[in-house]
Design a protein around this ligand. Structure first.
Ligand SMILES: [Zn+2]
Length: 136
């Protein structure tokens, strides 16, 4: 029987760390009528982290600046588990340029690791894109 309720995965907290369910958080930008419409660089960063967790490589490539975009994204090595995202800062430089500093944690082979990066974002034709990042 169809009760109209959302799926279990859709109502789980979003991988990006916000308390909202995935369906009303990053899923809005991953697909559907608001595909690629993350309203700012921080929302885009969160949605890209969720895309890494969910292996949505189509979304990662679609939100990557053309000149810095890799041809393909390698799948995560077996046993890698994403643990969480922490946004440290979000600076709007002008209407179409922003930086986001974040720490993403993952675990592999029993070892916890952290990626600390200052990322640059640019908005092209209304769509926020990841340009590149500097490790901290
Ligand atoms: Zn989210």
């Amino acid at each position: 029987m169809n009760t109209g309720s959302m799926s279990h995965t859709g109502t789980d907290p979003c991988p990006c760390g916000l308390p909202s369910p995935y369906l009303t958080c990053c899923a809005r930008w991953h697909e559907g009528p608001r595909h690629l419409q993350a309203p700012d660089a921080q929302a885009l960063m969160r949605s890209r982290y969720s895309a890494f967790v969910l292996a949505r490589h189509d979304y990662l490539l679609a939100t990557w600046y053309l000149s810095t975009r890799p041809a393909v994204i390698d799948p995560d090595p077996p046993g890698l588990r994403w643990l969480g995202l922490e946004i440290k800062s979000h600076h709007l430089l002008d209407d179409d340029h922003a930086t986001v500093e974040f720490v993403a944690r993952h675990k592999q082979g029993g070892r916890a690791q952290r990626l600390h990066e200052l990322s640059r974002f640019e908005r092209l034709a209304g769509i926020w894109l990841y340009v590149d990042g500097q490790l901290r």
